[in-house]
Ligand binder design. Structure first.
Ligand SMILES: NC(=O)c1ccc[n+]([C@@H]2O[C@H](COP(=O)([O-])OP(=O)(O)OC[C@H]3O[C@@H](n4cnc5c(N)ncnc54)[C@H](O)[C@@H]3O)[C@@H](O)[C@H]2O)c1
Length: 433
């Protein structure tokens, strides 16, 4: 599979006059001589999901190297797309060249971006859309950055694994937003850990204990579906619940240290104690899970989104020859075979690092593949939700093969859709499907 940049180069040779014409048709290019100009080597980027993270990812993508432009954008809400566009123009003005007819709105807006001549897409909608968007992006032959989590249920995970295999076959780069894997202090720490510095890791305790998340007050003109989608985090059929949407980062850090080997069994609990009002949809506000690896190793996870409680975002790893403590934004300590070590290097922007790696892999025609790893880390969080919701101990095989589909497929979405939110799960009463 040739990198898409090359195929455009070939196209340019055949019809340079046509391409020159289309480049000049960008008003914004004509208007500002400081703008970067499209040429045969330009990597064009399309953004699908223009919220906070999508806007950030578009900045990082367009800063990953000199010859990258954002040329298409998609969202279901015009106000979100326009706000993102405005912020992007402030942040990186010469790299944002989205013509008016390349701004797409609606549930099918992702298709329009994929039909445009972008080389790379940024998939940054709420999680439930990810498996469908990923499959369509790979079908269209685009390189991909996709945010975590990559699905909200096991059928979504199985679809993502198939899609990732197809991406590999097509030579497409696929980078996920498990950003800590691109963070310099974590890379230095994990290099030592995986090199055996604390011996065999037998126990990992990890946390993601944080406060409340944002909430958007209902406007009278919003339909039920619009209200739900603007507050997507609180609906498990869109977000997967907060363990899947947010605390997943800690589970990914645990999985990395365990060699990305999946546990065999999980048990746990969870519930909804301080965030009980109807406006908070049907998600829990705390989880606690124990993962058994089947070889004596165990992983313990605690997460919560509860206001005015102690916070922690950490991973504590115990081995038979030492210990490693990571407070993800602050400290990285190891007491191991070679004595004491701590990270005291310079921090860099992990979000930028992941995009730099992605774009380099595209240029080098050496596709980056996060496929199975991003699916597995997402599945850990889905599995933890399953054990908490049902109150049952569930094996990996059972969880991975679960038939539970939480929400509609991307094709089913329209503004006429009604999708009743299920009641809050009750352990011992809610069934495992
Ligand atoms: N890696 C990280 O550190 C990190 C940080 C924040 C968010 N995220 C992830 O990024 C994703 C987006 O989160 P966010 O904070 O940007 O949320 P957000 O609500 O700010 O943005 C989501 C955007 O997607 C749009 N959207 C919704 N459905 C769409 C559809 N079908 N087609 C096109 N656009 C659609 C929304 O209108 C909104 O503009 C989530 O998966 C979240 O977990 C990752």
């Amino acid at each position: 599979m040739k990198p898409l940049g090359q195929s455009r180069r070939e196209f340019v040779k055949k019809s340079s006059a046509t391409l020159l014409g289309s480049a000049l048709s960008f008003n914004i290019v004509k208007a500002n001589p400081m703008k970067k100009h499209l040429n045969a080597d330009t990597l064009k980027v399309g953004l699908i999901g223009c919220g906070g993270r999508g806007t950030g990812a578009a900045v990082q993508a367009t800063k990953a190297e000199d010859n990258v432009l954002l040329t298409a954008m998609a969202d279901i809400f015009p106000d979100k797309l326009e706000a993102s566009h405005k912020n992007l123009l402030l942040e990186n003005p010469d790299k944002i060249q989205v013509a008016e007819d390349q701004k797409f709105i609606g549930f099918d807006s992702y298709k329009k971006v994929l039909e445009s001549d972008v080389d790379v897409v940024l998939l940054t909608t709420p999680p439930s859309f990810r498996p469908g968007h990923l499959a369509a992006a790979v079908e269209a032959g685009k390189h991909i950055f996709c945010e975590k989590p990559v699905a909200v249920d096991a059928p979504g995970i199985r679809s993502v694994i198939q899609t990732a295999q197809k991406a590999k076959q097509k030579g497409l780069s696929l980078m996920s937003g498990f950003c800590w894997r691109h963070d310099k202090p974590k890379l230095a720490t994990y290099e030592r850990l995986l090199g055996g510095e604390i011996g065999d890791i037998h126990t990992i305790y990890n946390t993601y204990n944080t406060g409340a998340a944002w909430y958007r007050d209902r406007k009278p003109e919003w339909s039920d579906l619009e209200y739900t989608l603007r507050n997507w985090m609180y609906y498990n059929w869109i977000s997967g619940d907060h363990i899947v949407e947010q605390a997943i980062h800690s589970l990914d850090l645990m999985s990395w240290a365990m060699g990305d080997v999946m546990p065999i069994s999980a048990t746990g609990t969870g519930g909804r104690q301080s965030r009980t009002e109807e406006k908070y949809g049907n998600i829990y506000d705390h989880f606690s899970t124990i993962f058994e690896y089947g070889d004596g190793r165990r992983g313990f996870h605690i997460s919560r989104q509860q206001e005015d409680c102690s916070r922690a975002y950490s991973i504590d790893m115990m081995g038979n020859q030492g210990r490693c403590e990571v407070d993800v934004f602050k400290k990285h300590y190891i007491t191991g075979k070679s004595g004491d070590w701590k990270w005291d290097g310079e921090w860099s922007n992990m979000y930028q690092n992941e995009h730099d790696t992605l774009f380099k892999s595209i240029r080098d025609n050496d596709p980056f593949s996060d496929g199975v790893r991003m699916a597995n880390s997402t599945m850990l969080a889905i599995w933890a939700r399953m054990v908490a919701y049902t109150g049952k101990t569930i094996t990996w095989d059972e969880a991975f093969n679960s038939q539970e589909v939480l929400g509609p497929s991307i094709e089913e979405y329209s503004w006429d859709l009604t999708w009743p939110t299920p009641p809050v799960a009750k352990p011992g009463i809610s069934s495992f499907i």
